[in-house]
Design a protein around this ligand. Sequence first.
Ligand code: SF4
Ligand code: MG
Length: 327
Amino acid sequence: SLDAAERVANLFGAGLQDQVVRAVDDVTLDIAPGEVVGLVGESGCGKSTLGRIIAGILDPSDGLVRFEGADVAKMNGADRRKADLAVQMIFQDPAASLNPRMRVVEIIGEAPVVHGLIAAEEMDAYVCGLMEKVGLDPATRRRYPHQFSGGQRARINIARALAVQPRVLVCDESTAALDVSIQAQVLNLFLELRRELNLTYVFVSHDLGVIEHIADRVAVMYLGRIVELAKTDEIFEAPNHPYTQALLEEVPRLEAKKRAFTALKGEIPSPLRPPPGCHFHPRCPHVFARCSVDRPGLKPIAESRLSACHLNDETAARPGRTRSAET
Ligand code: SF4
Ligand code: MG
């Protein structure tokens, strides 16, 4: 139900090989080949919507998605199909997305045959190779999804996405349903596959631990907008935006001794009727007069780093916040 109109994504735009972030306007997200971008925020912030737009499952009502510089909405049928295959989505719940009546060999092997990437008679060997790549025993390929554990089903899901030889995987809470130790194994598999296949990931998650583990760069979203975009280390060590700071304070951490639990007062406003000015102003501990009337744009605050907060214009008033300084 979020308005997707102003969301724009630029996958592999020209000149981005050095992973430099550009913001053409305050909702543009440039993604460079081989990088892992995390999209974080509370539920309803639009991160899943943006993920679906990037994956080509949802079309933006206004605004565009570019793949290798070309607007996917203006591509002809064959090019659009290629772009759609190049960007694959992996959903949260493998149990729900794997057809229970299909054998794993067909689940993984069907799409590459349908799309003419392999011949039907090559399917069996092709699937065996993919299963090995994701840590599954190819001897189990004639079994049904329910005969696998949750972690194995997550791997089946990954193998199915890899089967069409994508360059980008959009993962929406892809490990959220798993036990912590299994989750770590699957995240490590994602990282291995990235190295091996030179994949690019967009990781959508409300789990900051997952994002810290896997992402190179993080886009923090609030009510449909990106409010901060920076390298993962920068976000976690010195969050700039008051919303990012509040999100990080909410993470229960063992090393945090008696941290006051002051962050994020109040409900998330409806994305359909966002507050005027800075959308975060009703909940922001640093709110001042300008915030309720003037919407802050996403602006550079350092090299490759963007934030949408008026405090950055008043440098003298900027409260310094680093994680290590807090106890
Ligand atoms: Fe808070 Fe104002 Fe910055 Fe918005 S612009 S995050 S309300 S200080
Ligand atoms: Mg979601």
